[in-house]
Ligand binder design. Sequence first.
Ligand SMILES: *Cc1c(COP(=O)(O)O)cnc(C)c1O
Length: 453
Amino acid sequence: MTTLRDLPSVDELLRTKVAAELIARYGRPLTLQAIRETLETIRAKFISGQITVLPLRDLILAQTSALLDSWMKPTLRAVINASGVILHTNLGRAPLSDATIRAMDMVARGYSTLEYDLEKGVRGSRLIHAEAVLQRLTGAEAAVVVNNNASAVLLVLSALANRKRVIIPRSQMVEIGGGFRIPDVMKQSGAKLVEIGTTNKVHLRDYEESLLEGKSLVMRAHRSNFKIVGFTAEPELNDIVDLIHKAGSIFIDDLGSGALYDTAKYGLVHEPTVQEALAAGADVVCFSGDKLLGGPQAGIIVGKKELLDKIKKHPLARAVRADKTCLAGVTATLLHYLKDEAEREIPILKMMSLTPKQVKGRAEVWRQELEVGEVVEGESTVGGGSLPDESFPTFLLSLTVESPEKFLRQLRFQNPPIIARTANDKVLLDPRTVPPEQEGALLVGLKNVLNDL
Ligand SMILES: *Cc1c(COP(=O)(O)O)cnc(C)c1O
């Protein structure tokens, strides 16, 4: 075919068997649109001289089909995380427990008591979900779950600190991932930022002097993604809280990750727990649902009833409220803690509690299956704005390949994509973050890439 008039018409293409199949799969309007766009592209290329021969009918339909495939391809896809970073923010943080997924599935599928009081047969409040479990778990007087911890911080400050002085040490003026800056959030909420201390040190007298200057709130923001080492000083939380309460002030603690268990158990540094913050006298504590807690994305606020009442009533509470699947999921995850089965049921805790020997065993199996590489000692990290610099001993499958970067890229093109890392010109794969049920798919993907070398 050499003139545009030879190009098949849209109708002609639509009458083919291939088009009928495409219509069955993607619907008529979209198939029609794809045929038109494909023909348009061919015409434009022909006119500009990019092509001199027009494609035949079958090829045009193949191009249409490819175009439809590309339109349908989800951008949000499941991947295999062989990077060894347990809470990888870019990979969606915490995988969920079976019970959590079931609970979310249940409310997603049908109607629920989201805001309905079964006893009275009248409207209820979504704010009650998860509250009782949180009270029991943490001993807090009241609790509320919102969209994420960033919105929890914004809401708490907007409700309690608007036009008030908020004292915060310079060592806690943090920026966490995604450009969320504590000082900016404080300004956004209408709080008057009062910085005390220096980058590395803050003393009790700094708090004391600042509290004397006027009625204020005090905020603590956890250093989630960096460490201060060397000459540092920070008073004991108990002492700070005593001072704050003597001055008639409120203490807000943004724990960031907010573990409910002692991370020292896994050979990591101790991450401040929610229970400790409350026991030390924090009036309001907020933390994430999908960091060390291991649940879905959420922001959890616990603390004094009187303050939580104000927080719940603030207009922003409506804007940042949690949806029904989140509320169901958070509650289900929290129940694992309440039932003392967290380590058995919550995926990230299962990963953290794997011994190096167990990980080594799996890396050995991978090596045997693939018949290449070696099993070497290495480190897994927690990641996800938790426990900066902290790692556990692990074992890795190390592959020596000509171009590690190219190899990683090809791993990303597998289905499902595989995310690995490189160090010292080796490709490293960590079994710790690969659940056993993904092992088969991982090995298939690896074999594909190895065979293509
Ligand atoms: C991670 C983090 C947040 C934000 O939590 P998201 O749940 O990601 O919104 C806020 N403050 C601190 C200290 C954090 O570490």
